[in-house]
Structure formats: structure tokens, C-alpha cells
Design a protein around this ligand. Structure first.
Ligand SMILES: NC(=O)c1ccc[n+]([C@@H]2O[C@H](COP(=O)([O-])OP(=O)(O)OC[C@H]3O[C@@H](n4cnc5c(N)ncnc54)[C@H](OP(=O)(O)O)[C@@H]3O)[C@@H](O)[C@H]2O)c1
Length: 324
């Protein structure tokens, strides 16, 4: 008998790739997916997958989903939104899943769980504590979720995957939330001009020189499939494609250009974002550009047998090609 796998958030950017990988995996017999909006698995040609509408905040719905599952993959999360909404869905919802799962649990954390600390080693290994950054709701909640998991997990085996920014033809969150546009409207005009964001010209991205990693959604999916099958020991695994990119690479790929800005200005703006009232929580993402967050992925390659097919540069290319 193959595995029965329950998946929260199977319709998201990662979830779609994960279910596709599980559909192809002979070790998996049945997939049960749950998210809030209506969805028909047949619309994607999925044959092993059943879908039900449900909210991870509803403990009974979670209990019902995971009952009888050999493995639970927890992906349901709110990434771009408000701190308060995130606390509800990300913390309370994840708690329900962590407490309800008794078999094997695979949870996608994030590089953000490490927190944006100047003293972080480069690259980050899984031994570095996932401290989060309290000034960025997503980072703080990702770290809090890992703590919650350590305290509450009822599962026999827990896999915590920490992907870098996920991209690809079906994961365009980076392009849809480019850092300049939302920040620009809240920055005083003289500073905006200094940064070169002159209306009517090509989009301008601020470039603090920070490098970052990308991982293709299909490569995250292959890591999830390996964890689902128990291919390596339980534990935490960093996930990123080979190489890294900077704002310049991103700007060139989308026909924008960059204006170099000193790291101190990013820090200053980030501090302003923290201080000013009525600033949307979305702007807290500026903290992500303060320090390089480059991860060492040797452990996933060695212990999970994970071999990402796409480098950061190739992942960027596939995302931009699909978006334009
Ligand atoms: N994308 C990235 O760059 C990235 C990087 C590192 C880690 N991660 C992590 O990977 C996981 C999946 O991310 P993603 O990019 O696939 O996110 P996504 O595209 O925003 O998808 C989120 C999924 O969760 C579902 N969902 C949200 N709230 C729910 C709720 N209350 N109850 C049930 N389902 C709910 C959504 O469907 P409905 O809205 O219909 O409910 C959707 O299926 C998250 O934990 C994220 O933090 C993502």
C-alpha cells in the first residue's frame, strides 16, 4: 500500500508543484488537499488527489483532513498580508496542524525564520538558531512557528524545510511584490528623487547590493516528496538553487534598472518603517534587504538526496519568461 498524504494549501504557488510531484511519485497512493477556495483537482489533470474546502483555523476540519493520513504536508500560510492576520492564520492555524498530526509531518518554513541579523554567518547552516526578526512579521512568525512546532508537535517524525525565495513560472510572488513600488509612495519626495524614482521612466529598483538565492518551485516540490517518503532523517533542511542573484540581475531580466543605494540607507528606511505609524505591514519586507541571507544547502543534498535542477539564474529566467 502506498502513502496517503494530506496537504494543506495544495493550491498555492508551492502546493501546486508539490501535488504535481506527489501525483507522479509511485510511493504515494492518495493525496488529500485542503484550502479555503473552491478548486477541482481534475482541472489540473490530477488523478490521485481529492480536494475539500476547509480552513486550518477550524480544528475539526484539520482533524478530519489528517485522520488516516500517513504524512501531512503543511503549506497553508499567509505570506503577504498583515501582522494580525498572519498571527491568526500562521500561528493558530499551524498549531492546529502541528497538534493534530501524528504520523510524519513536513512543514515548509523559510530562510526568513533565521532572521535578518548582521551577525548571521554566510552561508547559514541548519545549526544556526531560527531566531526570526521581530520587526518583520513574516520572519517573526516563521521563527515562532518553528518554536511552536518544537513545543507542540505530536508527529513521530518532523521535517522542516527552509526554502529561499521560491520562483518559477508558477511562483511569481517576487515579481508581484517588487520592493520599490510599495515603498516609493511612502518615502518623502526629496528622498525619492535622490533614489532616482522619477515617474514616467522605466521602473527603478533600489539596489543595496544584497545578494539573494532563489529556488524553483519544482525543486522545492522534489524536496517535499523526498521528505514525504522519509528519504533522509527528520530534521531541518535549507533549500536553494545553485548561485545567487542581486537586484541588478532582476532589473535586467525585467527591463528595469537599478539605483545603487548604500546599505545604511536601507537600514535607515527600515528603521523609519518601524517608527512611522499607519505604515502598511507589507513595508516590513524592507528588512529582508538589510543583510545577505545565503544558505548552505549541503545537508539536503547529502541526507535527502536532493538535487535541484535549476540554478538561481535559470529560476529567474523561467519566472520572467512566464510573467511577460
Ligand atoms: N513563496 C515563497 O517564496 C516561499 C519561500 C519560503 C517558504 N515559503 C512557505 O511555503 C509555504 C507555501 O507557500 P506558497 O508560496 O505556496 O503560498 P501561497 O501561494 O500564498 O499559497 C498559500 C496556500 O495556503 C492556502 N491557505 C491560506 N490560508 C489558509 C487557511 N486559513 N486555511 C487553509 N488553507 C489556507 C491557500 O489557499 P486559499 O487561500 O484558497 O485558502 C493556498 O493554497 C508557506 O508556509 C510559505 O511561508 C514560501
Amino acid at each position: 500500500m502506498g502513502l496517503t498524504v494530506a496537504v494543506t494549501g495544495p493550491t498555492g504557488e508551492i502546493g501546486t508543484a508539490v501535488v504535481r510531484a506527489l501525483e507522479r511519485d509511485d510511493r504515494v497512493e492518495r493525496v488529500l488537499g485542503m484550502a479555503r477556495r473552491p478548486f477541482d483537482p481534475a482541472s489540473r489533470g490530477w488523478r490521485k488527489t481529492e480536494y475539500r474546502q476547509g480552513d486550518v483555523l477550524d480544528r475539526a476540519a484539520v482533524d478530519d483532513l489528517v485522520a488516516g493520513a500517513d504524512v501531512v504536508v503543511h503549506l497553508a500560510f499567509m505570506i503577504m498580508g498583515s501582522r494580525a492576520e498572519g498571527e491568526r492564520i500562521n500561528l493558530a492555524g499551524s498549531r492546529n496542524v502541528f497538534e493534530a498530526t501524528t504520523g510524519r509531518l513536513v512543514y515548509t518554513s523559510s530562510v526568513a525564520a533565521y532572521g535578518y541579523h548582521g551577525g548571521n554567518p554566510v552561508p547559514l547552516t541548519e545549526d544556526v538558531p531560527a531566531r526570526g526578526s521581530k520587526e518583520h512579521y513574516y520572519s517573526a512568525q516563521k521563527a515562532a512557528c518553528e518554536r511552536l512546532l518544537a513545543e507542540t508537535a505530536a508527529a513521530d517524525e518532523v521535517y522542516v524545510l527552509r526554502p529561499s525565495i521560491v520562483a518559477g513560472p508558477e511562483a511569481t510572488i517576487l515579481l508581484r511584490n517588487l520592493p520599490w513600488e510599495p515603498v516609493a509612495e511612502h518615502i518623502p519626495e526629496p528622498l525619492r528623487r535622490l533614489l532616482g524614482a522619477v515617474p514616467g521612466l522605466k521602473p527603478v529598483l533600489p539596489d543595496p547590493g544584497t545578494r539573494f538565492q532563489l529556488v524553483h518551485h519544482d525543486d522545492v516540490a522534489s524536496a517535499v516528496a523526498a521528505a514525504v517518503a522519509g528519504d533522509g532523517p527528520p530534521g531541518a533542511y535549507n533549500l536553494a538553487g545553485d548561485g545567487d542573484i542581486g537586484m541588478g540581475d532582476l532589473a535586467r531580466a525585467i527591463g528595469a534598472y537599478t539605483v545603487p543605494i548604500p546599505g545604511e540607507l536601507v537600514s535607515l528606511t527600515a528603521e523609519l518603517v518601524d517608527l512611522l505609524p499607519y505604515i502598511p505591514d507589507k513595508l516590513e519586507w524592507i528588512h529582508a534587504a538589510r543583510h545577505p541571507m545565503l544558505m548552505d544547502t549541503a545537508k539536503a543534498r547529502r541526507d535527502l538526496g536532493w538535487a535541484p535542477r535549476y540554478s538561481a539564474a535559470e529560476t529567474l529566467k523561467t519566472m520572467v519568461a512566464a510573467y511577460s
